[in-house]
Design a protein around this ligand. Structure first.
Ligand SMILES: Cc1ncc(C[n+]2csc(CCOP(=O)(O)OP(=O)(O)O)c2C)c(N)n1
Length: 605
């Protein structure tokens, strides 16, 4: 896409970061989807002259970016906060190798866990991996700071961590017009074994370089423009960063503020002089007392988590109330809205529902995983018993079976999606075969990474640009790692699926069931003509079997005995089921449940 260089822009943080990456002249960018980071790569893929890709997982993504920067070009890796756990292995050693072209690693943290399994604070990674970390407060700053991050990376020969949070990623702001991208760097190979071959002798030497680099970065932090003091009322001085800066400005517009853009390493002298200029220092930060601990370690008195919650997101109201309880003005910052609850549910026609329906009728422990299918945990299906992190379903099921011994056979099953299997389920399956447990792994292959918004993956047959790519053959892959029993089912066919699941789960050997049917929200599926089912009201016996699927297209109308009589039902009938023609997409899963054959298609009548 070509860019107009004259118009002001209205962009989300993620769009602004993509623009900043393009302007910085990034040549190679690799990422794995994960809310709230996904749109960075999606947007960057629309720019010219930058190679973008979805990697199978974050470790691979970071290694791709690292390799690219070793050729002298600028490279980017993007991921959500838990993705950095997966990529931590290369990250910690990349800190030692340093870079050639600039390398920035974006971690998108999710305070409040809007769409995550934990709310870890990845600023701790900056400290642990001895890397500089920048943290912007709004989209415009994110775009500028990203370019500073590349300059910093090259000047200090270091990967740079770039932390955003959900509020920065998804909020929109006004940006100055796009600028011409930085001149392209010609890539080339250069052998530098002492820097790039991290075996103990070389790594020991590089470790010393890291210490010296951190000392220089501390000096840089003192004068870096992203760390700035905004003097105001000197009674209270706030030290803050990221989105918390905006909350402080809104809650206490009159106060003095030290805004930190570089959250690691910290500018000790700047903080000390700020503290000396105010009566009291209060650190306002979401999640961990990261700044607070490091500031206290400098011997500077401050308060933080004794006032500010260490869990969940902050907002101006929380900040104001925490620091000045009941203060006038706090109410103005908070207008609670009474919103009706909207519990999540699998879509009407979702192929995952078929599998979880079958599992809900079996006496099995379901070792679950992360994806749309995690919703199988919710009533009425209630058919998922664990969910830890991507890929854990397979290895945890194996662990349970090893602990249970013979009594576990036929009792434990692992369930995970296609993208999750490729991300980190494969190694668990290899272990299951290698160390032989009677584990059944169900791969829910809906042909896409659905949960994060339909990103392509190695099994979906297309790249991030939608160009055709070889589609990983999951059946062959599972056979190749040694699984003798690999069977593919259509999860919409409940009767056949149930029979196969029973057989495979009972098997005293490893087996894989691939449940293959496309996500109903894929563009091709949406265009497919729909042939919805309906239930003739008079035919419904009120057995509620179909309601037990939890399909949003099926609703239940309760009846009093009088109403039942009036409508011509037996008096004891408690109600009747209906199918919404608008919502039903004709998957037919419910037809297998109705013993009375009540579901018909209008065209079949
Ligand atoms: C380490 C890590 N990276 C990324 C994510 C975000 N995420 C959650 S589930 C998922 C993939 C879901 O795709 P798939 O397994 O194909 O299941 P589907 O949603 O399509 O049913 C992703 C990328 C995460 N939770 N953890």
């Amino acid at each position: 896409m070509s860019r107009k260089l004259t118009e002001k822009l209205w962009m989300s943080g993620n769009e602004a970061i993509a623009l900043g990456a393009w302007e910085a002249g990034v040549k190679v960018a690799s990422g794995y989807p994960g809310t709230p980071s996904t749109e960075i790569m999606e947007n960057l893929s629309t720019y010219e002259n930058v190679y973008t890709e979805w990697a199978p997982n974050e470790k691979v993504g970071l290694e791709v970016a690292l390799g690219a920067c070793f050729t002298g070009v600028r490279a980017l890796a993007t991921m959500k906060h838990v993705g950095l756990n997966v990529a931590a292995d290369p990250l910690f050693t990349a800190s030692y190798t340093g870079v050639r072209g600039g390398l920035v690693v974006i971690t998108a943290d999710d305070p409040e866990m809007h769409s995550s399994q934990n709310e870890q604070d990845n600023r701790n990674y900056a400290f642990a991996a001895k890397l500089p970390m920048l943290e912007p407060s709004d989209p415009a700053e994110a775009r500028e700071m990203l370019q500073q991050a590349f300059a910093l990376s090259e000047e200090f020969d270091t990967p740079v961590l770039f932390r955003i949070t959900t509020r920065i990623a998804h909020v929109k702001g006004v940006l100055e017009p796009a600028r011409e991208p930085a001149a392209a760097v010609e890539p080339g190979l250069q052998k530098m074994p002492a820097k790039l071959v991290m075996l103990p002798a070389n790594a020991r030497a590089r470790r010393a370089v890291v210490t010296e680099r951190t000392a220089r970065l501390k000096q840089f932090a003192e004068t870096y423009g992203g760390n700035r003091i905004e003097w105001g009322d000197k009674k209270r001085g706030f030290v803050t960063s990221g989105v918390s800066y905006l909350y402080v400005k809104e809650a206490f517009p009159e106060a003095s503020v030290l805004k930190l853009g570089l959250v690691h390493p910290l500018p000790a002298a700047l903080i000390r002089s700020f503290a000396a200029g105010v009566e009291e220092v209060i650190v306002v930060e979401e999640l961990d007392p990261f700044l607070e601990i490091h500031i206290k370690a400098m011997g500077i008195a401050c308060r933080g988590k004794e006032l500010i919650p260490e869990q969940g997101e902050l907002n101006p109201y929380i900040v104001r109330q925490a620091i000045a309880p009941g203060a006038a003005g706090a109410a103005k910052l908070f207008q609670p809205l009474a919103l009706p609850p909207r519990p999540p549910n699998m879509c009407a026609g979702c192929p995952h529902r078929g599998i979880f329906y079958c599992l809900s009728k079996m006496d099995v422990f379901v070792s679950g995983d992360i994806g749309c299918y995690t919703l199988g945990f919710l009533p009425p299906l209630s058919a998922m018993d664990t969910c830890i992190c991507m890929g854990a379903s397979v290895s945890a099921a194996h662990g349970m079976l090893k602990a249970l011994g013979d009594q576990g056979t036929g009792k434990v099953v692992a369930v995970l999606g296609d993208s999750t299997f490729i991300h980190s389920g494969i190694t668990g399956l290899i272990n299951t075969v290698y160390n032989n447990s009677a584990s059944t792994v169900i791969i829910l292959d809906n042909r896409i990474t659905a949960m994060t918004g339909h990103q392509e993956n190695p099994a979906s047959g297309a790249t991030i640009l939608g160009e055709a790519a070889p589609a990983l053959d999951l059946e062959q892959l599972c056979r190749a790692v040694g699984v003798k029993h690999v069977v593919t089912v259509d999860p919409h066919d409940i009767k056949a699926t149930r029979k196969i699941l029973k057989r495979e789960i009972a098997r005293p050997e490893p087996s894989v069931v691939i449940a293959r049917a496309p996500c109903v929200l894929l563009p091709a599926e949406k265009k497919r003509p729909k042939f919805p089912y309906c239930i003739e009201r008079d035919a419904c016996s009120g057995c509620m079997s179909c309601v037990g699927m939890g399909c949003p297209a099926i609703s239940w109308t309760p009846l009093t005995p009088e109403e039942a009589r009036e409508l011509g039902f037996k008096e004891k009938q408690k109600g009747y089921a209906r199918i919404s023609e608008e919502l039903c997409n004709g998957c037919g899963q419910c037809t297998a449940l109705c013993k009375f054959g009540c579901m018909t298609r209008p065209e079949e009548k």
